[in-house]
Design a protein around this ligand. Structure first.
Ligand SMILES: C[S@@+](CC[C@H](N)C(=O)[O-])C[C@H]1O[C@@H](n2cnc3c(N)ncnc32)[C@H](O)[C@@H]1O
Length: 204
């Protein structure tokens, strides 16, 4: 069985609608900042499977997603928390239209009680918030990955996992980030050929 097939049909319906919208936007060549630019289904299924087992290890699991867009990846991750009836995912987007669209998609299905959507810049949020995260999914502008890693590296503790998308599809833009995660002794990392390429970084 594919993970997608295990989801309730109202959730499948919203995911299919988002997949179709993303596909059409790419096909007509809509400006990249306006597009959803969402993860492929394979990545959603991987995040879902990973969080199903990983999140249950923490009594008060808190995840952070940087880059909600229309909520496609948020729904995949949130569904793992729904299945476990456990944990919280905070997801941020600074684009007001994307935030509104994601809010609509997420409140339409039974996942919203596990997800806190925040409209705002993740850089400002992380400077102010005292929240302790067990997991981070990074899917924002690629030139900001290094900034976010440097901001989080001393704040996250042993056992935390950060997953960053697009490290194979945007390998040239990611070089500094990859060099940093490979060279930092506080973390160990591997690159997974899932979807557009995921960096899987674990605090040791
Ligand atoms: C690649 S899209 C995210 C796709 C989404 N994760 C999905 O798979 O459905 C990147 C999103 O990050 C948002 N973003 C970029 N920089 C940000 C920042 N500093 N703070 C909050 N959101 C940001 C953009 O507005 C955009 O919607």
């Amino acid at each position: 069985m594919q993970p997608f097939d295990s989801l309730p049909s109202p959730v499948q319906k919203v995911l299919l609608q988002l997949e179709e919208k993303d596909r059409k936007e790419r096909e007509v060549g809509l400006d990249r900042l306006q597009r959803l630019r969402q993860i492929p289904r394979e990545t959603g299924e991987f995040l879902f499977q990973f969080l199903l087992t990983f999140s249950s290890q923490f009594p008060d699991f808190v995840g952070l997603e940087i880059g909600t867009s229309g909520g496609y990846s948020t729904i995949w991750q949130g569904m793992a928390l729904v299945k476990n009836d456990h944990g919280r995912l905070i997801s941020l987007d600074h684009d007001p239209k994307k935030f509104q669209f994601a809010s609509k998609n997420i409140t339409s299905i039974e996942v919203s009680q596990f997800i806190e959507l925040i409209h705002g810049d993740a850089k400002d949020y992380l400077k102010k918030s005292q929240e302790k995260f067990n997991y981070v999914f990074l899917d924002c502008e690629k030139e900001d990955y290094l900034y976010f890693f440097n901001l989080l590296v001393n704040r996250l503790s042993r056992g935390t996992v950060l997953i960053a998308d697009n490290v194979i599809s945007h390998a040239d833009d990611m070089q500094e980030f990859i060099i940093q995660i490979k060279g930092d002794s506080k973390v160990s990392s591997v690159i997974l050929p899932v979807g557009r390429g995921l960096a899987f970084v674990r605090w040791i």
